[in-house]
Every structure is written in C-alpha cells, then in structure tokens.
Ligand binder design. Structure first.
Ligand code: ATP
Length: 470
C-alpha cells in the first residue's frame, strides 16, 4: 500500500464493489490497449470478507502473462483500496456453456463459428473448445440508443444487415474507446441471423484473428483456416488497429478480404482511428479498408448520454430520475463505457444502502470519479500531451517556427487550453512563447470551426481531451 493512501473500503462494504473499484483504478493507470486486452475481460470472485480475490482467466497463456505482468499491481491496488492484505488467486475459467436462453440466442449459437483456443494455450484437440457463440445476443439495434453521435454509423450498419454484400462494403466504423463500435457490429450480426438464420457469420476481435493466423502457421493448417474465413457471408472484425506490425496476419487478412469480396460477402471492420490514421498497416490494406464506407462514431452528446443512462437503468429494473441522469451525464462525458461504470456504482450504492437514487446519492457513489474530473488541467500538460500526440517537440509550442506540421498542433493546443482551463486569451498567448491574444483567438476559432466539419480532427481532439481528462 503506498504511503498516503487511505483505505476506501471496509470489510463491511459490498465485496463485489471492490473488484469494480480496482478495475476503475487500473483503467487510469494501465495503457488503454493493455487494459482492454488483459484486465477488462477478467471476471472476479471476491471472498465475503474481501480477504481474497480470485480472477477467472480464459487460458493458461493468459494466466501466465497476467501473473507475470499484472498480478503485483492488481494486488497492490486491491490492498490500497482495502487498507489491508488481500490474497490474489488466478484460476482457469470453466469453458463457457452454450447460450440457450431464447430462440434468438439458439439461432445465433447454431450459426456462428466456433472460437479456437489462443495460440499459446497448451495444445488441445480442436473440437475441445466446442462451438461457442461469438455474437452477444444482448447487443442489438434495439438496445443501442440512437443520437446524432452514432446516427450515420447506425444507419449504415442497418443497411448492411438488411442488404448484405451490396452497398458499403467494407463498412469501416471508427471511434474512440467505449463509444459503441463493438455493440454496433454485434447488432449487425444479430440482425442478419434473425432475418436469415442460415447465414454464416463470424464476429472476431482482431487479436483473436492474429492468434488464429499464428496457430494455423504453427500447425500448418492453413487450408482449414482459409476454409473457415473465406466461406463466410459476413465477417465482423473488431479493433483492426491490432494488426499493426503483424506482417503475416496482414497478408492473411488481405487474402481473406479479397476472397470475401469476390464472393460478395460483407466485411465490417472497427478501429480506434480512420483508415489513413492507422499506424504500421500496409498501404494496400489501408486502401481496401477505405474502399467502401467509412463512418465515425462520435462521443455521445448530453441528451444521448441521459437517454443511455435511463435506458440502462430501466434494463436493470431501476428507476433513474431524469435530474439524476442529467447530473451524471454532465459529469461523465467521455464515453458510454464510463457511463455504464458510473451507473453500476450508483445502482450498487443504492441497493447496498437501501436508498432511492437521488443526486446526493449519485454524488456520494461517484465521489472518486468526480474528484478526478475536477482535477486541474494545466496549459503545460496540454502542450506536452499535444506535442507527444503529434510527435513534435514540446519546445515547438513556444517556438516561432511556422511549418504546418508544427503550427497546427500548436493551434490545437491553444484551442484545448481555452477549452479546458480557466486561462484568458492573453495568459494563454504568454504561455505559448509570448504570442498576442489575437493569435490565440484566431487559433481557437479556426479549430472550433473545423471540428464541426472535419471528423478526423474531431476524432483527434476527442482522443486528446480523453487523455487530458484522465
Ligand atoms: N448508443 C449506445 N446505446 C446503448 N449502449 C451503448 C451505446 N454505445 C455504447 N454502448 C454500450 O457501451 C459499452 C461500450 O461499448 P462498446 O464495447 O461497443 O465500445 P467500443 O467502441 O467497441 O469500445 P472499444 O474500442 O474499447 O472496444 C457497451 O456495453 C455498449 O453496449
């Protein structure tokens, strides 16, 4: 436990909250990609007195990796939350049972392809993993709240589900983390299978595709691999930025891509950035990605965040009064996953304390989160973050250099300084190498106007804002 930390939980607290608080804290400390890959999928069982936390891990490879890379940090976080020792145990998760709840789930279960074990997992007979749905039946168009942030992406997705292999092929959906990309691609698959139960659909995360390529390479089973991927009607592939620097994977994906388009199958891809913004991916693949329709999902606007909170609370059989939803939505702005996290905390807090949901209760439940939000953002921090992002020197923020590669990030930093700090235009000008306040005003107006029309800029600003707000 680090010095100065005071325990956040007592053993009387609802022990399941402990893991969710631990995950929230790790999300702030561990780089996003690593967090999403290794920490987010973990399921935890917490002993009643919170003296032990058992994490369920999908396979032995992941278990070894988590033990080596993250176990110490997870333990330290748990102990700092509890203010006393917490034992951490890693256990292999039981294989998931087939989903057999609704007719819809059965259809999906029967149609989608099976998941293969991870590349570094101990060799198991292929059939040992058994058929397993790769589509989550809960992620449908019906449960996806519509707003101006996702209207175009949603309309394109519905079109694809309704007329496969025709327009918008491939459909490339990009946006920041937790904005609903995965939800949307599952919705396409679920809709297609509801309409055409015979369709061959596969949802796969790009990392799993990488594993599949490596495994077929090791086992020399490329024919099976091709058979599996090249015969689909719809391939939904999530987070293709994970293909960066994976030469062999990119080649195999390119082959699959060509084969699928040739047979008029549909491909839907998601990524955290637009195709040309992808790093370390071959140009020929990038140009394929961009050859259909590319649509962005933006961060949800206030009214959409309110609607999401009210809908999700209702799905949990809870009533969230509108004024509370507005309070939460005003304070949790970055993405839907964070909104869900906030809602979970409020619901748990309300159930645990047996109190109705009110603004005061939300304030108490979100104490940690709100204090982080109120953290001061400095102009220096903005300059450093923007310089890192655009790979220029921090010194160029104050320099007189004018090439566009430097002047533009500088203008972006000025815009963010105005947006995220209380500083006046002259004060900002001073902090940018003694520039006149009219220069700052020009930059602020220019970036604000462009943001409305250039979605790539908007996307970059969103990433920067998220990074700065923590
Ligand atoms: N418009 C929406 N309506 C309802 N729920 C939503 C909406 N957008 C996102 N969500 C929910 O928010 C959570 C995060 O969404 P999702 O996993 O699809 O994000 P993502 O963009 O794929 O994120 P990442 O890039 O981190 O994978 C999910 O539980 C999803 O169901």
């Amino acid at each position: 436990m680090s010095e100065g930390d005071s325990p956040v939980f007592t053993s009387d607290d609802n022990s399941s909250l402990l893991w969710s608080a631990c995950v929230d804290r790790l999300a702030q400390e561990i780089p996003e990609q690593q967090f999403n890959t290794w920490i987010r999928p973990l399921a935890a069982t917490v002993a009643e007195d919170a003296s032990k936390v058992t994490l369920q891990v999908a396979n032995r490879f992941k278990m070894d990796w988590i033990r080596a890379q993250y176990a110490a940090r997870i333990t330290a976080t748990l102990e700092s939350l509890m203010g006393r020792a917490v034992a951490l145990e890693l256990a292999l998760a039981p294989r998931e049972a087939p989903v057999r709840t609704t007719p819809m789930a059965r259809t999906v279960q029967d149609q989608v392809l099976s998941e293969l074990p991870d590349v570094a997992a101990p060799a198991e007979p292929a059939q040992a993993s058994g058929p397993r749905s790769r589509l989550n039946p809960a992620l449908t168009f019906a449960t996806l709240v519509e707003g101006s942030a996702n209207r175009m992406a949603r309309a394109a997705a519905m079109h694809v589900a309704g007329s496969l292999g025709q327009l918008y092929n491939p459909l490339f959906i990009y946006g920041g983390v937790g904005l609903g990309k995965t939800h949307l691609v599952h919705a396409i698959g679920n809709q297609l299978l509801a309409d055409k139960p015979q369709a061959k659909v596969l949802y796969i995360h790009a990392e799993q595709f990488v594993s599949d390529v490596v495994k077929s390479y090791q086992r020399k089973t490329f024919d099976e691999f091709k058979q599996r991927y090249h015969s689909l009607d719809l391939l939904l592939i999530d987070d293709v930025q994970f293909f960066a620097n994976k030469e062999r994977t990119q080649e195999e994906f390119f082959n699959a891509f060509e084969a699928l388009l040739a047979r008029k199958s549909h491909i839907v891809l998601t990524s955290d950035t637009y195709p040309k913004g992808l790093a370390d991916i071959h140009e020929r693949l990038v140009s394929r990605f961009d050859s259909g329709l590319t649509v962005a999902i933006e961060p949800p606007e206030l009214e959409m965040r309110v609607a999401i909170l009210i809908n999700k609370a209702a799905a949990e059989n809870a009533v969230m009064p509108e004024e509370v939803a507005f309070f939460v939505a005003k304070n949790v702005r970055s993405n839907v996953r964070e909104l869900e996290g906030a809602l979970r905390k409020i619901l748990a807090y309300s159930r645990f304390n047996q109190k109705e949901i009110s603004i005061q209760l939300a304030r108490d439940a979100l104490k940690d989160l709100l204090s982080i939000q109120n953290r001061q953002i400095s102009v220096e921090n903005i300059q450093k973050t923007v310089a890192d992002y655009y790979k220029i020197k921090v010194a160029d923020m104050y320099s007189k250099k004018r090439p566009a590669s430097i002047a533009r990030p500088r203008q972006i930093a000025m815009f963010l300084a105005k947006e995220l700090t209380q500083k006046s235009l002259p004060e900002i000008g001073e902090l940018f190498g003694g520039r006149d306040h009219t220069t700052v005003l020009h930059a602020v107006r220019k970036i604000a106007a462009e943001r409305q029309t250039v979605s790539e800029l908007n996307q970059q600003l969103h990433v920067l804002e998220q990074t700065l707000k923590g």
